[in-house]
Design a protein around this ligand. Structure first.
Ligand code: HEM
Length: 499
Protein backbone atom coordinates (compact mmCIF):
# COMPACT_ATOMS: atom_id res chain seq x y z
CA UNK A 1 0.00 0.00 0.00
CA UNK A 2 2.72 2.41 1.09
CA UNK A 3 4.55 1.81 -2.21
CA UNK A 4 1.43 2.61 -4.18
CA UNK A 5 1.13 5.94 -2.35
CA UNK A 6 4.83 6.70 -2.90
CA UNK A 7 4.44 5.76 -6.58
CA UNK A 8 1.39 7.99 -6.97
CA UNK A 9 3.18 10.93 -5.32
CA UNK A 10 6.23 10.48 -7.57
CA UNK A 11 3.99 10.19 -10.66
CA UNK A 12 2.10 13.33 -9.65
CA UNK A 13 5.35 15.17 -9.03
CA UNK A 14 6.67 14.24 -12.50
CA UNK A 15 3.32 15.17 -14.07
CA UNK A 16 3.59 18.57 -12.40
CA UNK A 17 7.27 19.09 -13.34
CA UNK A 18 7.06 17.89 -16.91
CA UNK A 19 3.62 19.05 -17.97
CA UNK A 20 1.45 21.01 -15.54
CA UNK A 21 3.82 23.86 -14.57
CA UNK A 22 4.88 24.30 -18.23
CA UNK A 23 1.42 24.36 -19.80
CA UNK A 24 0.95 28.18 -19.67
CA UNK A 25 4.26 29.06 -21.33
CA UNK A 26 5.71 28.75 -24.85
CA UNK A 27 7.25 25.28 -25.36
CA UNK A 28 10.96 24.76 -24.73
CA UNK A 29 13.59 22.26 -23.59
CA UNK A 30 12.62 19.79 -20.89
CA UNK A 31 13.69 21.21 -17.50
CA UNK A 32 15.34 19.02 -14.87
CA UNK A 33 13.67 19.03 -11.45
CA UNK A 34 15.10 21.87 -9.27
CA UNK A 35 17.85 22.79 -11.79
CA UNK A 36 15.67 23.58 -14.80
CA UNK A 37 17.90 24.01 -17.87
CA UNK A 38 20.76 25.68 -15.96
CA UNK A 39 22.96 22.59 -16.32
CA UNK A 40 22.96 22.86 -20.13
CA UNK A 41 24.12 26.49 -19.92
CA UNK A 42 26.84 25.76 -17.35
CA UNK A 43 28.12 22.60 -19.06
CA UNK A 44 28.35 24.38 -22.43
CA UNK A 45 29.64 27.67 -21.00
CA UNK A 46 29.19 30.49 -21.88
CA UNK A 47 25.87 29.12 -23.13
CA UNK A 48 25.55 30.29 -26.76
CA UNK A 49 25.34 26.71 -28.09
CA UNK A 50 22.24 25.55 -26.13
CA UNK A 51 20.51 28.92 -26.69
CA UNK A 52 21.01 28.62 -30.47
CA UNK A 53 20.06 24.92 -30.48
CA UNK A 54 16.80 25.58 -28.60
CA UNK A 55 15.91 28.31 -31.11
CA UNK A 56 16.37 25.81 -33.96
CA UNK A 57 14.28 23.24 -32.08
CA UNK A 58 11.45 25.38 -30.68
CA UNK A 59 11.43 28.57 -32.76
CA UNK A 60 12.00 32.27 -32.07
CA UNK A 61 10.20 32.27 -28.70
CA UNK A 62 10.77 29.44 -26.21
CA UNK A 63 10.78 28.86 -22.48
CA UNK A 64 13.88 27.79 -20.58
CA UNK A 65 13.88 27.26 -16.83
CA UNK A 66 16.46 28.78 -14.48
CA UNK A 67 15.98 26.52 -11.47
CA UNK A 68 12.23 26.70 -10.84
CA UNK A 69 11.72 29.97 -12.72
CA UNK A 70 10.44 30.04 -16.31
CA UNK A 71 12.26 32.50 -18.58
CA UNK A 72 10.59 33.17 -21.93
CA UNK A 73 13.47 33.64 -24.33
CA UNK A 74 13.13 35.71 -27.50
CA UNK A 75 15.77 34.96 -30.10
CA UNK A 76 14.93 36.44 -33.48
CA UNK A 77 14.82 40.00 -34.77
CA UNK A 78 11.17 40.22 -35.87
CA UNK A 79 9.93 38.80 -32.58
CA UNK A 80 12.24 41.13 -30.60
CA UNK A 81 10.99 44.15 -32.54
CA UNK A 82 7.34 43.13 -32.25
CA UNK A 83 7.57 42.56 -28.49
CA UNK A 84 10.17 45.01 -27.15
CA UNK A 85 9.68 47.95 -29.53
CA UNK A 86 6.06 47.84 -30.83
CA UNK A 87 4.65 46.53 -27.51
CA UNK A 88 7.53 47.84 -25.38
CA UNK A 89 5.34 48.90 -22.41
CA UNK A 90 4.23 45.26 -21.95
CA UNK A 91 7.84 44.26 -21.15
CA UNK A 92 9.23 47.40 -19.55
CA UNK A 93 9.68 46.10 -16.00
CA UNK A 94 12.76 44.31 -14.71
CA UNK A 95 12.34 40.78 -13.31
CA UNK A 96 13.87 40.54 -9.87
CA UNK A 97 14.66 36.92 -9.06
CA UNK A 98 16.09 37.51 -5.60
CA UNK A 99 14.30 40.35 -3.82
CA UNK A 100 15.71 39.29 -0.40
CA UNK A 101 19.28 39.64 -1.71
CA UNK A 102 18.42 43.00 -3.26
CA UNK A 103 16.90 44.20 0.00
CA UNK A 104 20.02 43.24 1.95
CA UNK A 105 22.74 44.27 -0.50
CA UNK A 106 21.19 47.48 -1.79
CA UNK A 107 19.02 48.48 1.16
CA UNK A 108 15.87 48.22 -1.02
CA UNK A 109 14.85 48.07 -4.67
CA UNK A 110 16.96 51.03 -5.75
CA UNK A 111 19.27 52.14 -8.58
CA UNK A 112 18.33 51.77 -12.25
CA UNK A 113 19.31 48.27 -13.42
CA UNK A 114 16.98 46.27 -11.13
CA UNK A 115 14.13 48.76 -10.66
CA UNK A 116 10.78 49.31 -12.40
CA UNK A 117 7.89 51.80 -12.36
CA UNK A 118 8.11 55.51 -11.50
CA UNK A 119 11.49 55.25 -9.77
CA UNK A 120 13.13 53.59 -12.77
CA UNK A 121 11.51 55.97 -15.30
CA UNK A 122 12.56 59.13 -13.44
CA UNK A 123 16.07 57.93 -12.73
CA UNK A 124 16.73 56.62 -16.25
CA UNK A 125 15.35 59.79 -17.87
CA UNK A 126 17.42 62.03 -15.58
CA UNK A 127 20.61 59.99 -16.08
CA UNK A 128 20.33 59.90 -19.88
CA UNK A 129 19.47 63.59 -20.05
CA UNK A 130 22.28 64.62 -17.70
CA UNK A 131 24.91 62.48 -19.41
CA UNK A 132 23.85 64.05 -22.71
CA UNK A 133 24.14 67.56 -21.26
CA UNK A 134 27.64 66.72 -20.15
CA UNK A 135 28.28 65.91 -23.74
CA UNK A 136 27.57 62.21 -24.19
CA UNK A 137 28.23 62.18 -27.93
CA UNK A 138 29.43 65.75 -27.76
CA UNK A 139 32.72 67.59 -27.34
CA UNK A 140 33.03 67.73 -23.53
CA UNK A 141 32.74 63.97 -23.17
CA UNK A 142 35.08 63.38 -26.09
CA UNK A 143 37.71 65.62 -24.49
CA UNK A 144 37.64 63.59 -21.27
CA UNK A 145 37.78 60.24 -23.05
CA UNK A 146 40.56 61.33 -25.39
CA UNK A 147 42.54 62.59 -22.44
CA UNK A 148 42.11 59.23 -20.68
CA UNK A 149 42.95 57.36 -23.90
CA UNK A 150 46.27 59.20 -24.16
CA UNK A 151 47.07 58.34 -20.51
CA UNK A 152 46.32 54.69 -21.25
CA UNK A 153 48.37 54.52 -24.45
CA UNK A 154 51.32 56.19 -22.69
CA UNK A 155 51.10 53.67 -19.86
CA UNK A 156 50.94 50.65 -22.19
CA UNK A 157 53.88 52.02 -24.17
CA UNK A 158 55.95 52.72 -21.06
CA UNK A 159 55.46 49.16 -19.78
CA UNK A 160 56.22 47.70 -23.21
CA UNK A 161 59.44 49.73 -23.54
CA UNK A 162 60.62 49.02 -19.98
CA UNK A 163 59.82 45.30 -19.81
CA UNK A 164 59.58 44.25 -23.46
CA UNK A 165 55.82 43.53 -23.27
CA UNK A 166 52.64 44.91 -21.73
CA UNK A 167 49.76 43.11 -19.97
CA UNK A 168 46.91 45.29 -21.19
CA UNK A 169 43.85 44.04 -19.28
CA UNK A 170 44.57 45.61 -15.87
CA UNK A 171 45.51 48.99 -17.42
CA UNK A 172 42.38 49.00 -19.58
CA UNK A 173 40.16 48.27 -16.57
CA UNK A 174 41.73 51.17 -14.66
CA UNK A 175 41.26 53.51 -17.58
CA UNK A 176 37.60 52.59 -18.15
CA UNK A 177 36.91 52.96 -14.40
CA UNK A 178 38.61 56.37 -14.55
CA UNK A 179 36.24 57.51 -17.31
CA UNK A 180 33.16 56.52 -15.28
CA UNK A 181 34.59 58.19 -12.17
CA UNK A 182 35.43 61.33 -14.15
CA UNK A 183 31.85 61.49 -15.37
CA UNK A 184 30.31 60.87 -11.92
CA UNK A 185 32.75 62.55 -9.51
CA UNK A 186 35.08 64.57 -11.74
CA UNK A 187 38.45 62.84 -11.14
CA UNK A 188 40.46 59.96 -12.58
CA UNK A 189 42.43 57.24 -10.79
CA UNK A 190 45.84 58.86 -11.05
CA UNK A 191 48.66 58.08 -8.63
CA UNK A 192 46.94 59.99 -5.83
CA UNK A 193 43.66 58.10 -6.20
CA UNK A 194 44.73 54.70 -7.55
CA UNK A 195 44.50 53.08 -4.11
CA UNK A 196 40.72 53.74 -4.10
CA UNK A 197 40.29 51.69 -7.26
CA UNK A 198 42.51 48.90 -5.95
CA UNK A 199 40.49 48.73 -2.74
CA UNK A 200 37.21 48.66 -4.69
CA UNK A 201 38.54 45.76 -6.76
CA UNK A 202 39.62 43.88 -3.60
CA UNK A 203 36.15 44.37 -2.11
CA UNK A 204 34.49 43.14 -5.28
CA UNK A 205 36.68 39.99 -5.25
CA UNK A 206 35.89 39.42 -1.56
CA UNK A 207 32.17 39.82 -2.24
CA UNK A 208 32.29 37.29 -5.07
CA UNK A 209 34.28 34.85 -2.88
CA UNK A 210 31.84 35.25 0.06
CA UNK A 211 28.76 34.81 -2.08
CA UNK A 212 30.14 31.50 -3.40
CA UNK A 213 29.69 30.02 0.09
CA UNK A 214 26.29 28.27 -0.05
CA UNK A 215 25.95 28.64 3.75
CA UNK A 216 25.41 32.37 3.27
CA UNK A 217 21.90 31.71 1.99
CA UNK A 218 20.73 30.58 5.44
CA UNK A 219 21.17 33.84 7.42
CA UNK A 220 19.76 35.73 4.42
CA UNK A 221 16.53 33.77 4.10
CA UNK A 222 16.21 32.92 7.81
CA UNK A 223 17.26 35.89 9.98
CA UNK A 224 17.11 33.73 13.17
CA UNK A 225 20.19 31.84 11.88
CA UNK A 226 22.23 34.93 12.77
CA UNK A 227 21.95 33.86 16.40
CA UNK A 228 24.50 31.13 15.58
CA UNK A 229 27.99 32.74 15.60
CA UNK A 230 29.21 31.00 12.38
CA UNK A 231 26.27 32.26 10.29
CA UNK A 232 26.40 35.65 11.96
CA UNK A 233 30.07 36.04 10.94
CA UNK A 234 29.31 35.09 7.32
CA UNK A 235 26.49 37.59 7.13
CA UNK A 236 28.38 40.37 8.91
CA UNK A 237 31.34 39.98 6.60
CA UNK A 238 29.18 40.59 3.53
CA UNK A 239 27.48 43.59 5.13
CA UNK A 240 30.92 45.05 6.03
CA UNK A 241 32.04 44.72 2.40
CA UNK A 242 28.82 46.34 1.16
CA UNK A 243 29.16 49.21 3.63
CA UNK A 244 32.74 49.88 2.56
CA UNK A 245 31.75 49.84 -1.12
CA UNK A 246 28.95 52.30 -0.41
CA UNK A 247 31.31 54.44 1.72
CA UNK A 248 33.41 55.18 -1.40
CA UNK A 249 30.36 56.75 -3.06
CA UNK A 250 29.09 58.39 0.15
CA UNK A 251 32.44 60.09 0.86
CA UNK A 252 32.58 61.49 -2.65
CA UNK A 253 28.99 62.72 -2.41
CA UNK A 254 29.80 64.39 0.93
CA UNK A 255 32.84 66.17 -0.56
CA UNK A 256 30.67 67.51 -3.40
CA UNK A 257 27.96 68.59 -0.95
CA UNK A 258 30.45 70.56 1.15
CA UNK A 259 31.43 72.78 -1.78
CA UNK A 260 28.30 72.84 -3.96
CA UNK A 261 26.72 76.17 -4.94
CA UNK A 262 22.96 75.62 -5.23
CA UNK A 263 22.43 79.17 -6.48
CA UNK A 264 23.62 78.45 -10.01
CA UNK A 265 22.76 75.70 -12.49
CA UNK A 266 26.32 74.93 -13.64
CA UNK A 267 27.49 71.39 -12.91
CA UNK A 268 31.02 70.01 -13.13
CA UNK A 269 29.94 66.39 -13.07
CA UNK A 270 27.02 63.99 -12.63
CA UNK A 271 27.21 64.20 -8.81
CA UNK A 272 26.72 68.00 -8.87
CA UNK A 273 23.73 67.57 -11.18
CA UNK A 274 22.17 64.87 -8.98
CA UNK A 275 22.58 66.86 -5.74
CA UNK A 276 20.98 69.91 -7.39
CA UNK A 277 18.05 67.76 -8.59
CA UNK A 278 17.66 66.41 -5.04
CA UNK A 279 17.55 69.97 -3.72
CA UNK A 280 15.02 71.07 -6.38
CA UNK A 281 12.71 68.19 -5.45
CA UNK A 282 13.22 68.25 -1.68
CA UNK A 283 9.61 69.31 -0.96
CA UNK A 284 8.14 66.78 -3.39
CA UNK A 285 6.15 64.03 -1.67
CA UNK A 286 7.81 60.62 -2.30
CA UNK A 287 10.65 62.05 -4.37
CA UNK A 288 12.69 59.29 -6.00
CA UNK A 289 15.80 61.52 -5.74
CA UNK A 290 17.55 60.81 -2.44
CA UNK A 291 21.03 59.83 -1.29
CA UNK A 292 20.44 56.09 -0.87
CA UNK A 293 19.04 55.98 -4.41
CA UNK A 294 22.00 57.98 -5.73
CA UNK A 295 24.53 55.62 -4.14
CA UNK A 296 22.79 52.67 -5.80
CA UNK A 297 22.66 54.49 -9.13
CA UNK A 298 26.44 55.10 -8.93
CA UNK A 299 26.96 51.40 -8.13
CA UNK A 300 24.89 50.47 -11.21
CA UNK A 301 26.78 52.79 -13.56
CA UNK A 302 30.02 51.29 -12.27
CA UNK A 303 29.00 47.67 -12.42
CA UNK A 304 27.19 47.92 -15.77
CA UNK A 305 29.83 50.12 -17.39
CA UNK A 306 33.33 49.02 -16.37
CA UNK A 307 33.57 45.27 -17.06
CA UNK A 308 31.49 45.34 -20.25
CA UNK A 309 33.60 48.04 -21.89
CA UNK A 310 37.00 46.95 -20.62
CA UNK A 311 36.52 43.29 -21.53
CA UNK A 312 35.41 44.25 -25.06
CA UNK A 313 38.60 46.32 -25.39
CA UNK A 314 40.74 43.46 -24.07
CA UNK A 315 39.21 40.99 -26.55
CA UNK A 316 39.96 43.55 -29.25
CA UNK A 317 43.71 43.46 -28.59
CA UNK A 318 43.68 39.64 -28.39
CA UNK A 319 41.96 39.51 -31.80
CA UNK A 320 44.49 41.94 -33.33
CA UNK A 321 47.26 39.55 -32.25
CA UNK A 322 45.44 36.67 -33.94
CA UNK A 323 44.71 38.68 -37.10
CA UNK A 324 47.71 40.69 -38.36
CA UNK A 325 45.85 41.08 -41.69
CA UNK A 326 43.12 43.08 -39.88
CA UNK A 327 45.75 45.28 -38.23
CA UNK A 328 47.36 45.85 -41.64
CA UNK A 329 44.04 47.02 -43.11
CA UNK A 330 43.51 49.38 -40.16
CA UNK A 331 47.02 50.83 -40.63
CA UNK A 332 46.32 51.32 -44.34
CA UNK A 333 43.10 53.16 -43.48
CA UNK A 334 44.92 55.51 -41.06
CA UNK A 335 47.80 56.14 -43.50
CA UNK A 336 45.31 56.97 -46.27
CA UNK A 337 42.81 59.06 -44.26
CA UNK A 338 44.76 60.55 -41.33
CA UNK A 339 48.22 60.69 -42.87
CA UNK A 340 50.08 61.98 -39.79
CA UNK A 341 50.58 61.02 -36.12
CA UNK A 342 47.78 63.32 -34.89
CA UNK A 343 45.12 62.05 -32.48
CA UNK A 344 42.01 60.58 -34.07
CA UNK A 345 38.70 62.07 -32.87
CA UNK A 346 34.99 61.33 -33.33
CA UNK A 347 34.98 63.81 -36.25
CA UNK A 348 37.09 61.25 -38.18
CA UNK A 349 34.67 58.37 -37.59
CA UNK A 350 32.71 58.62 -40.86
CA UNK A 351 35.94 58.57 -42.85
CA UNK A 352 37.16 55.38 -41.13
CA UNK A 353 34.65 52.67 -42.15
CA UNK A 354 37.04 49.75 -41.61
CA UNK A 355 37.64 50.88 -37.99
CA UNK A 356 33.87 50.88 -37.39
CA UNK A 357 33.56 47.47 -39.09
CA UNK A 358 36.35 46.12 -36.88
CA UNK A 359 34.68 47.41 -33.68
CA UNK A 360 31.27 46.05 -34.77
CA UNK A 361 32.82 42.65 -35.47
CA UNK A 362 34.60 42.78 -32.12
CA UNK A 363 31.34 43.42 -30.26
CA UNK A 364 29.61 40.70 -32.28
CA UNK A 365 32.34 38.11 -31.79
CA UNK A 366 33.04 38.86 -28.11
CA UNK A 367 29.25 38.70 -27.50
CA UNK A 368 29.98 39.55 -23.90
CA UNK A 369 26.55 38.92 -22.37
CA UNK A 370 25.42 35.44 -23.46
CA UNK A 371 22.45 35.69 -21.05
CA UNK A 372 20.82 39.11 -21.12
CA UNK A 373 19.26 40.88 -18.13
CA UNK A 374 15.67 39.80 -17.58
CA UNK A 375 12.56 41.88 -18.14
CA UNK A 376 9.05 41.01 -16.91
CA UNK A 377 5.60 41.03 -18.55
CA UNK A 378 3.33 43.72 -17.11
CA UNK A 379 0.07 41.86 -18.01
CA UNK A 380 -1.22 38.53 -19.40
CA UNK A 381 -0.17 38.35 -23.05
CA UNK A 382 -0.73 36.22 -26.12
CA UNK A 383 2.18 36.34 -28.56
CA UNK A 384 2.02 34.45 -31.86
CA UNK A 385 -0.73 32.29 -30.38
CA UNK A 386 1.26 31.44 -27.22
CA UNK A 387 0.29 32.63 -23.76
CA UNK A 388 2.68 34.42 -21.39
CA UNK A 389 1.20 35.16 -17.95
CA UNK A 390 1.65 38.55 -16.26
CA UNK A 391 4.87 38.78 -14.22
CA UNK A 392 6.79 36.22 -16.31
CA UNK A 393 10.54 36.79 -16.78
CA UNK A 394 11.39 37.48 -20.44
CA UNK A 395 14.88 37.64 -21.98
CA UNK A 396 15.58 39.58 -25.19
CA UNK A 397 18.39 37.12 -26.02
CA UNK A 398 20.39 39.30 -28.42
CA UNK A 399 23.44 37.00 -28.07
CA UNK A 400 21.65 34.41 -30.26
CA UNK A 401 21.26 36.97 -33.06
CA UNK A 402 24.97 37.86 -32.94
CA UNK A 403 25.85 34.18 -33.50
CA UNK A 404 23.08 33.41 -36.03
CA UNK A 405 24.79 31.68 -38.94
CA UNK A 406 22.12 32.82 -41.43
CA UNK A 407 22.88 36.47 -40.68
CA UNK A 408 26.58 36.08 -39.87
CA UNK A 409 27.92 33.02 -41.78
CA UNK A 410 30.62 31.10 -39.87
CA UNK A 411 29.74 33.12 -36.76
CA UNK A 412 32.67 32.05 -34.57
CA UNK A 413 35.26 33.35 -37.04
CA UNK A 414 36.46 36.96 -36.72
CA UNK A 415 35.88 38.86 -39.95
CA UNK A 416 35.32 42.68 -39.94
CA UNK A 417 34.60 42.58 -43.70
CA UNK A 418 31.12 41.23 -42.98
CA UNK A 419 30.26 44.80 -41.89
CA UNK A 420 31.52 46.41 -45.16
CA UNK A 421 29.23 46.72 -48.21
CA UNK A 422 30.13 46.59 -51.92
CA UNK A 423 30.89 50.33 -52.03
CA UNK A 424 33.29 50.10 -49.08
CA UNK A 425 30.85 51.72 -46.61
CA UNK A 426 29.76 50.35 -43.22
CA UNK A 427 26.91 47.88 -43.71
CA UNK A 428 23.95 48.33 -41.36
CA UNK A 429 22.76 44.93 -40.13
CA UNK A 430 19.55 45.33 -38.12
CA UNK A 431 20.19 42.14 -36.12
CA UNK A 432 23.45 43.58 -34.77
CA UNK A 433 22.14 44.63 -31.33
CA UNK A 434 24.99 44.34 -28.77
CA UNK A 435 23.33 47.00 -26.58
CA UNK A 436 19.93 45.22 -26.74
CA UNK A 437 16.60 46.71 -27.82
CA UNK A 438 13.60 48.66 -26.54
CA UNK A 439 12.96 50.73 -23.44
CA UNK A 440 15.53 48.95 -21.24
CA UNK A 441 18.33 48.93 -23.82
CA UNK A 442 21.78 49.90 -22.51
CA UNK A 443 21.81 53.33 -20.89
CA UNK A 444 25.55 53.79 -21.51
CA UNK A 445 25.57 52.95 -25.24
CA UNK A 446 26.71 56.41 -26.36
CA UNK A 447 29.53 56.49 -23.83
CA UNK A 448 30.65 52.92 -24.61
CA UNK A 449 30.64 53.50 -28.38
CA UNK A 450 32.76 56.62 -27.99
CA UNK A 451 35.24 54.86 -25.68
CA UNK A 452 35.62 51.90 -28.04
CA UNK A 453 36.17 54.08 -31.11
CA UNK A 454 38.64 56.53 -29.54
CA UNK A 455 40.59 53.77 -27.82
CA UNK A 456 41.01 51.43 -30.81
CA UNK A 457 41.50 54.07 -33.50
CA UNK A 458 44.27 55.74 -31.49
CA UNK A 459 45.84 52.51 -30.21
CA UNK A 460 46.20 50.93 -33.66
CA UNK A 461 47.12 54.27 -35.27
CA UNK A 462 50.00 54.75 -32.84
CA UNK A 463 51.38 51.20 -32.58
CA UNK A 464 52.34 48.02 -34.34
CA UNK A 465 50.91 45.41 -31.99
CA UNK A 466 52.56 41.97 -31.99
CA UNK A 467 52.41 38.92 -29.70
CA UNK A 468 55.08 38.35 -27.03
CA UNK A 469 55.71 34.96 -28.58
CA UNK A 470 54.35 34.32 -32.13
CA UNK A 471 54.03 30.61 -31.30
CA UNK A 472 51.84 31.28 -28.29
CA UNK A 473 48.93 33.60 -29.10
CA UNK A 474 46.41 34.67 -26.41
CA UNK A 475 43.68 32.16 -25.66
CA UNK A 476 40.32 33.00 -27.23
CA UNK A 477 38.46 30.77 -24.76
CA UNK A 478 35.88 32.71 -22.80
CA UNK A 479 36.44 32.32 -19.06
CA UNK A 480 33.64 32.07 -16.51
CA UNK A 481 32.61 35.53 -15.26
CA UNK A 482 29.69 38.03 -15.33
CA UNK A 483 30.65 38.91 -18.88
CA UNK A 484 32.85 36.83 -21.21
CA UNK A 485 36.44 37.55 -20.23
CA UNK A 486 39.84 36.73 -21.78
CA UNK A 487 42.58 35.12 -19.69
CA UNK A 488 45.52 37.52 -19.02
CA UNK A 489 47.91 37.87 -21.98
CA UNK A 490 50.85 39.99 -23.10
CA UNK A 491 51.56 42.05 -26.22
CA UNK A 492 54.47 44.04 -27.68
CA UNK A 493 53.88 47.61 -28.82
CA UNK A 494 56.15 49.49 -31.23
CA UNK A 495 55.53 53.09 -32.27
CA UNK A 496 54.68 53.58 -35.94
CA UNK A 497 55.84 57.22 -35.83
CA UNK A 498 59.01 58.56 -34.21
CA UNK A 499 58.35 60.68 -31.09
C1 HEM B 1 30.60 47.51 -24.50
C2 HEM B 1 29.94 48.04 -23.52
C3 HEM B 1 28.54 47.72 -23.10
C4 HEM B 1 27.69 46.74 -23.52
C5 HEM B 1 27.92 45.67 -24.58
C6 HEM B 1 26.45 46.89 -22.77
C7 HEM B 1 25.32 46.09 -22.93
C8 HEM B 1 24.18 46.20 -22.18
C9 HEM B 1 23.05 45.31 -22.29
C10 HEM B 1 22.94 44.14 -23.26
C11 HEM B 1 22.12 45.72 -21.38
C12 HEM B 1 20.80 45.03 -21.05
C13 HEM B 1 19.64 45.68 -21.74
C14 HEM B 1 18.37 44.87 -21.59
O1 HEM B 1 17.79 44.82 -20.52
O2 HEM B 1 17.97 44.28 -22.58
C15 HEM B 1 22.65 46.88 -20.69
C16 HEM B 1 21.99 47.58 -19.71
C17 HEM B 1 22.54 48.65 -19.03
N1 HEM B 1 23.77 49.24 -19.27
FE1 HEM B 1 25.13 48.68 -20.66
N2 HEM B 1 26.59 47.95 -21.91
C18 HEM B 1 27.84 48.50 -22.09
C19 HEM B 1 28.35 49.61 -21.44
C20 HEM B 1 27.67 50.38 -20.51
C21 HEM B 1 28.18 51.57 -19.89
C22 HEM B 1 29.52 52.24 -20.21
C23 HEM B 1 27.24 51.98 -18.97
C24 HEM B 1 27.22 53.15 -18.01
C25 HEM B 1 27.85 54.20 -18.02
C26 HEM B 1 26.14 51.04 -19.03
C27 HEM B 1 25.01 51.11 -18.26
C28 HEM B 1 23.92 50.27 -18.37
C29 HEM B 1 22.74 50.36 -17.52
C30 HEM B 1 22.53 51.35 -16.38
C31 HEM B 1 21.87 49.36 -17.95
C32 HEM B 1 20.47 49.05 -17.39
C33 HEM B 1 19.44 49.90 -18.14
C34 HEM B 1 18.03 49.80 -17.60
O3 HEM B 1 17.71 48.81 -16.94
O4 HEM B 1 17.24 50.72 -17.86
N3 HEM B 1 26.45 50.08 -19.98
N4 HEM B 1 23.91 47.16 -21.20
Amino acid sequence: MIWMIVGAVVALWFFHQLYWKRRDYPPGPLPLPLLGNALSIVSEYPGYAPLVRWKEQFGAIYTMWMGGIPVVTVADYDALHEMFVQDGEDYVDRANLSSTFTEIFRGGLLGVVETSGRLWREQRRFTLHTLRDFGLGKDAMQERILDETVHLLDLLEKESVETGTTSPIKHIEKSVASVINLVIFGYRFDEEHEHELLRNRELQDQLIASSKNPMLVLPIVLPQAKMIPYFNRLYDNVIKIRDEQFAFFENNIEKHRSRIDYSNDDCDDFCDAYLKEMERRKDEKDSTFHEKQFVNLCLDLWSAGVETTSMTMSWGIAQLLHHPEVQKKLHEEYDRVIGSDRLISMQDKNSLPYTTAYINELQRWSNIQPLNLLRKTTKDLTVRGMTIPSGTAVAPQVSVLLYDSEIFPDPLSFNPDRFIDESGKVKTIKQFLPFSIGKRACLGEGLARMELFLFFANLVHRFNITPKDPDSLPSLLKTLANVTKPAPFEAKLERRFAK
